[in-house]
Design a binder for this molecule. Structure first.
Ligand SMILES: Cc1cc2nc3c(=O)[nH]c(=O)nc-3n(C[C@H](O)[C@H](O)[C@H](O)COP(=O)(O)O)c2cc1C
Length: 324
């Protein structure tokens, strides 16, 4: 029986165990999005004995950041700092990828004076033109190229929590009448094209996709739609699927106290794909995390706030499980 401490091989990479640190914004970057010493220290402190580290969302274009001090990956000038970050984590022997994102209608554009953009207009955002959509695909591809050039082992596309890629997928935020909106096929187009374009840049690296599996709002994304998207992503060459919430966000208040609150969705997706699946949501207890792997509910577990608050969580989990 496979458990939390067993390794997992993805392409040429071996994760030493099934624990993943999921992407979590720290606001420790500089205001231009470049890497700071504090940011490097934050991850070095938490990556010991970790199966895989997914660095927090980095914005792919100037109008797409989520906050003032978010990590950026929108320019080649940022590569040296990103290289320092990837190297520092690799020095600890941990595989590391970076999440790439655009916040769409939710972008913080205060510092650059741009109006946010989205698949469809909102109170604050204007609708993207087809030319701009093409431009964004190029920006995602460029971001992936930079990640690999900086020495990361791959990238994760942020397609959850109501950011731009998720805004295209959800019928609640995508009201377009062209080939990017309307039917499920059309709403999947942007997420799939992002992956297609990134794939060329990631090459032998690891390509992950964080899917917003359910919006938990009437008329929103349902798990059946997400299963279809997950299958298509796998066909396109996504290596690992990371299952979280859609427009409901990563921490829906009504689910907060349930251990493994997005694991049911992850399990349903796992039943229909062959790529490894990450489960997340209020997973604190190492024995519970281990049981999720043993029962084959998921292949990897993400430990977010616990690792944020207790950098030694993995070390303690390993000790606890070794002593069983
Ligand atoms: C402070 C904070 C920042 C986050 N930033 C991101 C992010 O950049 N990208 C992302 O996909 N999820 C983000 N998340 C969601 C986490 O990756 C994770 O899914 C969520 O915290 C639930 O896992 P947990 O219960 O183990 O903390 C963030 C969560 C927190 C608490």
């Amino acid at each position: 029986m496979v458990g939390l401490l067993d390794p997992l091989k993805v392409k040429k990479y071996t994760f030493c165990n099934r624990v993943v640190m999921p992407p979590m914004l720290t606001n420790l970057a500089a205001t231009d999005g470049s890497v700071t010493d504090k940011l490097v220290d934050h991850y070095v402190r938490r990556c010991n004995m970790l199966g895989l580290l997914i660095i927090e969302a980095a914005y792919v274009s100037v109008g797409g950041s989520a906050s003032e001090k978010q990590l950026g990956i929108y320019s080649d000038l940022l590569i040296p700092g990103l290289k320092r970050l990837a190297q520092a984590v690799h020095d600890k022997g941990t595989p590391v990828v970076v999440q790439i994102a655009h916040s769409g209608s939710k972008a913080y554009t205060g510092s650059v004076g741009l109006q946010p953009v989205a698949p469809s207009a909102t109170d604050s955002a204007r609708e993207l033109t087809l030319n701009e959509i093409e431009g964004l695909l190029g920006e995602f591809a460029e971001a992936a190229r930079r990640a690999l050039a900086a020495g990361f082992d791959g990238v994760e596309v942020h397609g959850a929590h109501g950011v731009l890629v998720n805004q295209f997928f959800s019928p609640l935020t995508n009201k377009r009448r062209d080939r990017y909106g309307g039917s499920l096929e059309n709403r999947m187009r942007f997420p799939l094209e992002v992956v297609e374009r990134i794939k060329e840049e990631v090459g032998n690296g690891i390509l992950l996709y964080r899917i917003g599996a359910e919006d938990l709002t009437p008329g929103g994304t349902k798990i059946e739609d997400s299963i279809k998207l997950a299958k298509r992503l796998e066909e396109l060459g996504v290596d690992v699927i990371d299952v979280s919430g859609g427009l409901c966000g990563s921490r829906p208040p009504q689910l907060q106290n349930i251990p493994g609150y997005f694991v049911p969705q992850a399990k349903k997706i796992k039943n229909k794909v062959s790529m490894p699946v990450i489960g997340v949501g209020n997973i604190k207890d190492p024995r519970y995390a281990n049981s999720l792997i043993e029962e084959e509910a998921v292949d990897l577990v993400a430990i977010g706030r616990q690792l944020m608050n207790d950098p030694d969580w993995v070390l303690k989990a390993v000790k606890a499980l070794e002593n069983i």
